[in-house]
Design a protein around this ligand. Structure first.
Ligand code: F6P
Length: 316
């Protein structure tokens, strides 16, 4: 019987727990012995690795976060700790890993594969949706739904009080969450790192709209833009002439119970990852593209910055 382990690395997302559940079920179905590695690559180094069964994943499909924990490991960047990780895996007879994470996590694991031959398949999992080569990363849909609910609530108070609300979304250097949230919430302004802007371009229109009776504004700004959200709020107050508030959505975007889409995608990603490893695709990332699921090399996924879909960009 072959042994296989799963790891969550980097920022947690909703959808990791459904993925863990299906990992156990699908591994057993395929005649593999499943293991969990706790707290990211730190668990590989600290030998925090446990064989699991169906019992370990009952009642988790609806829970956000990850029951095995996640981490950003600095130690795994050092060869001496990767050697310890390899020894720990050898002792348990594990030579296949499934990793849920972002491109940084995949890069680390590729080095591990080159050095020690531990096969792996990456599953894109980050609310930022910033991984090149995949249209979708696990957790994005749940994050978008949390943002949607938050903006709907902000709209209630903004419209009651005649105010401008600057809503800051996560995404690191990628504006995907802000862009899609803007398009699907009917906000008045969207600022993202991928698109140059000059607030002056909005001045006349916004002032005129107030004269014409507009009572409130919602601006969605991505955390990666050069200006602070408070500066955008100040611009609304001083230049546009409307009282303003900032709402930083922060880590609530990473939690919440996984949507149906994320639960389904978790199942599909995991099955594809295990199938890939069983079919001798030894070092890859399962990507979801317009053509469906594809295995891509680490270099393809990590060598370029993801470009936002033009179909979406032209809409703002
Ligand atoms: O990569 C996911 C993410 O949530 C980013 O959107 C955000 O910039 C960052 O992680 C926050 O990191 P931390 O949880 O370490 O504060």
């Amino acid at each position: 019987m072959k042994n296989i382990a799963i790891i969550c690395s980097g920022g947690d997302v909703s959808g990791m727990n459904p993925a863990l559940k299906h990992f156990v079920e699908y591994s057993i179905e395929k005649g593999l012995k499943p293991f969990f590695v706790y707290h990211g690559y730190e668990g590989l180094i600290d030998n925090n690795i446990k064989e699991v069964t169906y019992k370990d994943v009952s009642g988790i499909i609806n829970r956000g976060g990850t029951i095995i924990g996640s981490a950003r490991s600095m130690r795994f960047k050092e060869a001496k700790y990767r050697q310890i990780a390899k020894d720990n895996l050898d002792a348990l007879g594990i030579d296949m890993l499934v990793v849920l994470g972002g491109d940084g996590s995949f890069r680390g694991l590729d080095i591990f594969y080159q050095e020690h031959g531990i096969k792996f398949c990456g599953i894109p999992a980050t609310i930022d949706n910033d991984i090149n080569g995949t249209e979708y990363a696990l957790g994005v849909d749940t994050a978008l739904n949390i943002i949607k609910t938050s903006i709907d609530a902000i709209r209630d108070t903004a419209s009651s009080f005649r105010r401008a609300f600057v809503v800051e979304t996560m995404g690191r250097d990628c504006g995907y969450l802000a862009l899609v949230s803007h398009l699907t919430s009917g906000s008045e302004l969207c600022l993202i790192p991928e698109k140059k802007y000059d607030l002056k371009d909005y001045e006349d229109r916004f002032k005129q709209e107030i004269k014409d009776g507009r009572g409130y504004f919602i601006a969605i700004v991505s955390e990666g833009i050069k200006q602070k959200s408070s500066e955008i709020a100040e611009w609304f107050e001083k230049t546009i002439g409307i009282e303003s508030r900032v709402t930083v959505l922060g880590h609530i975007q990473r939690g919440g119970n996984p949507t149906i889409y994320d639960r389904l995608m978790a199942y599909k990603f995991v099955a594809k990852a295990i199938d890939g490893l069983l079919n001798s695709i030894d070092s890859s990332v399962v990507c979801y593209t317009k053509k469906g699921f594809e295995y891509k090399s680490i270099s393809e996924v990590t060598s370029q910055v993801k470009q936002l879909d033009e179909e979406l960009l032209v809409l703002i």
